[in-house]
Design a protein around this ligand. Structure first.
Ligand code: ASP
Length: 307
């Protein structure tokens, strides 16, 4: 049984489908007046965030609270971490406090994997460096299934700053497992060779967004992560938007049923135009709502439901 969720590769099709089905059940709780289930009463979930985050941290907190867990929020700023305490010593502290699950976001790729060796509870990767963000991939898959009725057979274009995107890597892995066809689209400088077919066989690469749009069921726009860019990967923001930004005329090339996704936070006017972000095709707000249901399902299954 799954104890930790560190990577999209941890999920086989049956486990991923179980999580999505459980999330659909959890979603019904959000519609109730009392949005709470007793499932994790008496269990402790620690949110350990070494990087800024709005939606992911709040989403995990809401998910744990809706399951009646006790939640401890631990942010690196203002803690002994800023005094130089190592991840291992922090882990041992959390262990001593009886954490049943630790949700970790960390700027270093692989930090959640290390943490999993040091604590007895479950570790959930909430984003590690440019590596992985598996609950984002699950909530994206949930959103595709809710809007389009299936995942297998869908053509999904993942567009933009693939190089710096943990969202892209986790999505490539999970979507391949669930039978979707992924095409990575962006400037060659932002598509690393290790994330295409080398990561999941069948994954394709294109440098021409206009050519890919007419056959896409889903377009997932990625944020251009300037804070992770030491060099310049494209000539200018304007040039990037012209070639790889999704604006209204470009959106019109999509089939009628196609949806537009973005994990947030958006650079409006760069990778996505406001008219696209706010259009009926956009699932951006649904993705946030679905994130809570999916994280409830993951916490529930890792902490009890799968034993
Ligand atoms: N919020 C997502 C992440 O933390 C995507 C992004 O930051 O662009 O990976």
């Amino acid at each position: 049984m799954l104890k930790h969720l560190l990577s999209g590769a941890d999920l086989d099709a049956a486990t991923a489908t179980l999580i999505l089905d459980t999330a659909a059940e959890m979603a019904t709780v959000a519609g109730r007046e009392v949005k709470k289930l007793p499932a994790l009463r008496g269990r402790t979930v620690v949110n350990l965030f070494y990087e800024d985050s709005t939606r992911t941290r709040i989403s995990f907190e809401a998910a744990a609270k809706r399951l009646s867990a006790d939640v401890i929020n631990f942010s690196a700023k203002g803690s002994s971490v800023s005094k130089g305490e190592s991840l291992k010593d922090t882990a041992l502290t959390l262990q001593a406090m009886g954490a049943d699950a630790v949700v970790i976001r960390h700027p270093a790729s692989g930090a959640p994997h290390r943490l999993a060796n040091w604590v007895e509870g479950s570790v959930l990767n909430a984003g590690d460096g440019t590596h992985e963000h598996p609950t984002q991939a699950l909530l994206d898959a949930y959103t595709m299934r809710a809007r389009l009725g299936r995942i297998a057979g869908l053509s999904v274009a993942v567009v933009g700053d693939v190089l710096h995107s943990r969202v892209a890597r986790s999505n490539v892995l999970l979507l391949a497992t669930l039978g979707a066809k992924v095409t990575l689209v962006g400037p060659p400088t932002l598509i690393p060779v290790d994330i295409g077919a080398a990561l999941a066989p069948g994954t394709e690469v294109s440098y021409d967004l206009d050519a890919v749009l007419p056959t896409s069921d889903v377009v997932m726009m990625l944020r251009v992560q300037r804070e992770r860019m030491a060099d310049s990967y494209f000539p200018s923001a304007r040039e990037y938007a012209r070639r790889y930004g999704l604006d209204g005329p470009r959106m019109a090339r999509l089939p009628d049923h196609a949806i537009v996704m973005h994990p947030g936070p958006m650079n409006r006017g760069m990778e996505i135009a406001p008219e696209v972000a706010d259009s009926p095709r956009s699932t951006i707000v649904e993705q946030v709502a679905n994130g809570v249901s999916v994280r409830m399902a993951v916490l529930y299954l890792l902490l009890g439901g799968m034993h």
